[in-house]
Design a protein around this ligand. Structure first.
Ligand SMILES: [Zn+2]
Length: 360
């Protein structure tokens, strides 16, 4: 047995030598494959309400489909992941919900424009996603997906609406969930279609603490960073309600790293809570509410996500001129940044103005 083994090794060596022999004289240097270590760092940019209907649509018709994005596109595209709240369904179908009053619906081709402008994840859990009823809502989800944008917070049924979007980039897994407090309203007693998704009806995920905590508990072990988008708060109010603060903190205790809030149409402050961050309202981002300066101000939140948590938190001031947002500079920026600094201080969070942005 031993002889056979030695014999086999010898035969192996001879074959090996014979095989390498003609190549020994080769002088071509060998190129060792480059091993790229993942950075485990993902940059995130988040904005508030993006509404592409009504006056914004008329401007798009006269100025072209890139009009709302031209001044912010580079910034949105610079991040690994860009998030926003899509406040208008995208479809050519559907009818306005009876009794709702304000119903938004934007052009289907804007889906691709959103992607071209850098958006990767858009929340549809808000009080306008089902404005043109089921067909238009489902068109929106399909259009976004076919434009490589992940919709979150809505679906064909409640399971889909609660399902997280998980993006893996640079070795890091980032999970998104989205909910709204406006899921249970119906606007006409004779047509009781609410926005809430059920086992059999399409719609959005409702903002309920227990339900979100359940989803977070399931998501947390699957990701490095957990982000929860909340469409909540009181319209035109400068500060969050006590109940919002309690919920935001409870969600961070329940495993969320970052809460991204929107809906009030004006900006509210940021709160650092433990290792997390609650952005109560980023305000409008693309919108046609020109009635007051407050509804024309918005904020861009920039940060890095890592396995150790949130890093390099920056807030950039935005002004919306004729439905076209741009990042403010100079005196204009300073004024809004001071306002945000004060709002943060009221929430127990200190922040510093550095050039044209705020560092949290
Ligand atoms: Zn809203």
């Amino acid at each position: 047995m031993r002889k056979l083994f030695v014999g086999l090794v010898l035969v192996g060596l001879i074959i090996g030598l014979a095989w390498t022999w003609p190549f020994e004289e080769e002088t071509t240097p060998t190129i060792s494959p480059q091993i790229v270590e993942p950075t485990y760092k993902v940059s995130l940019t988040a904005v508030g309400d993006v509404m592409l209907a009504r006056k914004v649509e008329r401007l798009i018709q006269s100025q072209g489909p890139d009009y709302p994005f031209v001044k912010v596109r580079d910034k949105l595209k610079a991040a690994d992941i860009t998030f926003g709240n899509l406040e208008s369904p995208l479809s050519e179908r559907g009818t306005p919900l009876p009794g709702k009053g304000i119903c938004f619906r934007a052009r289907p081709e804007m889906s691709q424009k959103l992607q071209d402008s850098g958006f990767d994840v858009l929340s549809v859990a808000n009080n306008h996603a089902v404005d043109y009823d089921t067909d238009a809502f489902l068109d929106t989800l399909e259009l976004l997906r076919s434009s490589q944008i992940q919709p979150v917070g809505g679906g064909q049924n409640i399971d889909e609406a609660r399902r997280p979007v998980i993006i893996e980039k640079n070795g890091l897994k980032v999970g998104f969930l989205a909910y709204t407090i406006f899921a249970d309203i119906y606007y006409d007693a004779r047509y009781r279609r609410t926005f809430r998704a059920t086992e059999t009806v399409s719609g959005v995920a409702p903002l309920e603490q227990e339900l979100i905590l359940e989803d977070l508990a399931e998501l947390r072990p699957q990701v490095d960073v957990a982000i929860v988008s909340l469409h909540w708060g009181t319209e035109y109010s400068k500060s969050p309600q006590t109940a919002q603060r309690e919920l935001g903190q409870a969600l961070i205790d329940g495993g969320a790293d970052l809460i991204i809030g929107h809906h009030p149409h004006i900006i509210q402050g940021f709160e650092r809570y433990k290792d997390g961050l609650i952005a109560y309202s980023l305000g409008n981002f693309i919108f046609d509410q020109n009635q007051h300066v407050f509804t024309r101000q918005g904020l861009i939140l920039d940060l890095n996500l890592t396995r150790e948590g949130l890093q390099d938190l920056q807030v950039w001031p935005v002004f919306i001129k004729e439905s076209q947002p741009y990042v403010m500079e100079g005196e204009e920026a300073q004024e809004l940044l001071q306002t945000v600094q004060n709002l943060n201080r009221n929430l127990g969070t200190e922040s510093q103005i550095v050039d044209n942005h705020l560092v949290l």
